[in-house]
Design a protein around this ligand. Structure first.
Ligand code: F6P
Length: 326
């Protein structure tokens, strides 16, 4: 099908996430199949400001579906957020002859995309790519599934040590504003507790739980999401161990291992689907929306809503954890 959109650009922005390459591959191959020209922009919005365009063909994205990170590289650009930055970005896109942009990233990426789309009426489609899974308008973001599996594998290893030494571990997971990584992986590793920004953390309650455990356990693991309001894992560990004795406690901050690695099957499939649908959304003249998957169906959500962090937490999962961690 020949369309009158003739050149699209794709970039990745914000934190890298496993599956971004699968999404880039999908965007490029779908565009090629529709006879659209496609260029990549290196280093996210910062690269856009610097005019870092690279021609992409079906061959440029060969053998990347299984690779973590992003071949287009990424950045967090402060310059892009300014009025001058938005104007320069628009000029660069016009100079390159681009008339549709696909941005792959998280909430910061879409806030930037929203500003550019509104200020210059530019056609932009977003693909949700962040390990945090904190977007409204999609059940999953690219990278989340791989990240929770990475956490699960890492904490399974920590559990071996915790069991061997009869220790209490506080493990910090990523998620600046959301505890969804901690929630899913915590259930999967049989955590004794999960602390996250979406729920109120009662340190005294946690202390009581540890003091009055219903049965003796040789190891205990508490997952602390990075965004937890009561503090990071070190701080929580201090607050708890000051009030309860008899625990040989340790803290592990998992950090950036959660962002790397080969994407899971689920992430590769979702990324392929979202990339494909993003190109089709451009052709259908959609603009200013993120393409997401809700109940297995493709949905479009305006950027300003996608970035609102108003996802409802499934509190039933936390009640279940309470029962299962008895
Ligand atoms: O948004 C993804 C994320 O990994 C967050 O969970 C984390 O807070 C942040 O990025 C860390 O960003 P950076 O690598 O820039 O320090």
């Amino acid at each position: 099908m020949k369309t009158n959109v003739f050149k699209i650009a794709v970039l990745t922005s914000g934190g890298d996430a496993p599956g971004m390459n699968a999404a880039i591959r999908s965007v490029v191959r779908t565009a090629v199949s529709l006879e659209l020209d496609v260029v990549g922009i290196m280093h996210g919005y910062e690269g856009l400001l610097n005019g870092e365009f690279v021609k992409l063909t079906a061959s440029s994205v060969a053998n990347i579906i299984q690779r973590g990170g992003t071949i287009l590289k990424t950045s967090r650009s402060e310059r892009f957020k300014t009025e001058e930055g938005l104007d320069l970005a628009y000029e660069q896109l016009l100079k390159e002859g681009v008339n549709g942009l696909i941005t792959i990233g998280g909430d910061g990426t879409f806030r930037g995309a929203d500003q550019l789309a509104k200020r210059h009426k530019f056609q932009i489609i977003g693909v949700p790519g962040t390990i945090d899974n904190d977007m409204v308008g999609t059940d999953v973001t690219i990278g989340y599934d791989t990240a929770i599996n990475t956490v699960m594998e890492a904490v399974d290893k920590i559990r071996d040590t915790a069991e061997s030494h009869d220790r209490l571990f506080f493990v910090e997971t990523m998620g600046r504003d959301a505890g969804l990584i901690a929630l899913r992986s915590g259930i999967a590793i049989g955590a004794e507790a999960i602390l996250m920004p979406e729920t109120h953390t009662d340190i005294n309650g946690l202390v009581e739980k540890l003091k009055n455990a219903k049965r003796k356990k040789s190891s205990k693991i508490i997952l602390v999401a990075e965004g937890e309001k009561a503090g990071g894992a070190f701080e929580i560990a201090k607050k708890v161990t000051e009030k309860v004795s008899g625990y040989d406690a340790r803290v592990t901050v998992l950090g950036h291992i959660q962002r790397g690695g080969s994407p899971s099957c689920m992430d590769r499939v979702n990324a392929s689907r979202l990339g494909y649908e993003a190109v089709h959304a451009i052709v259908k003249r959609q603009h200013g929306v993120m393409v997401g998957i809700v109940n297995k169906e493709i949905v479009y959500t305006p950027f300003e809503r996608a970035t609102k962090h108003i996802q409802k937490l499934n509190v039933d999962l936390l009640s279940m954890l309470e029962v299962l961690s008895l």
